[in-house]
Design a protein around this ligand. Structure first.
Ligand SMILES: [Fe+2]
Length: 201
């Protein structure tokens, strides 16, 4: 099995029943959704599946893929904004959380970048109950892979340090997290039949 921390899939992109940017920007601080918002830099929100996705798409995921959507994490970054660190995702029990199914709302010119796990101790941050992580300064890390996620759903590994190297486009990304999937290998196994050859390099 290749070691790449991402896999392009043929999964149909989730149909949003709301205009995501309008929904969030019209009230960025809704209880239970808002995690972090710095208008000139970026933001993170957690949406319940029924708030964002159509019933048809949730059923498609359930029947075709035998998977249940737990949460949708929404990540916004402003053009050229560069965060100085990379992080690993942590779940609600403080364990490493290994994956997500990601796609951007609009054409994407940013790179998601992964790094080797360093020996140094990280800084622990808790941005909300559903968004916790451990972070390291970029200068202490060694890059091991990068890709443009874009609008085709792509499995991404989140238990090794990762960040986004922004381009000129504003970027809104949906990261779907599934019930009963916690580590990267579980994500790969669950969606194995929908991984496309592009990433088998
Ligand atoms: Fe992350």
């Amino acid at each position: 099995m290749p070691k790449s921390p991402w896999r392009r899939t043929s999964i149909d992109r989730g149909e949003c029943k709301i205009d995501l940017k309008d929904y969030i920007l019209s009230d960025p601080y809704r209880d239970g959704e808002h995690a972090l918002y710095f208008p000139k830099h970026g933001g993170i929100w957690t949406l319940q599946p029924k708030t964002i996705f159509t019933e048809e798409w949730l059923q498609y995921i359930s029947f075709e893929h035998h998977a249940k959507v737990d949460l949708a994490q929404i990540f916004y970054r402003a053009p050229h904004y560069q965060h100085p660190g990379a992080h690993v995702d942590i779940d609600r029990s403080d364990n490493l959380y290994g994956g997500g199914l990601n796609w951007t709302i609009d054409p994407d010119d940013a790179h998601m970048v992964w790094y080797n796990m360093p020996d140094q101790d990280p800084t622990y941050t808790k941005r909300s109950e559903t968004d916790r992580n451990k972070e390291w300064p970029l200068e202490d890390l060694v890059e091991n892979n990068r890709c443009i996620i874009g609008q085709q759903p792509t499995l991404v590994r989140t238990d090794i340090p990762h960040t986004v190297d922004m381009g000129a486009n504003e970027r809104w990304l949906i990261s779907v997290r599934f019930t009963r999937l916690n580590d990267w290998n579980q994500y790969l196994d669950k969606f194995n039949d929908w991984i496309v050859d592009e990433t088998l390099v």
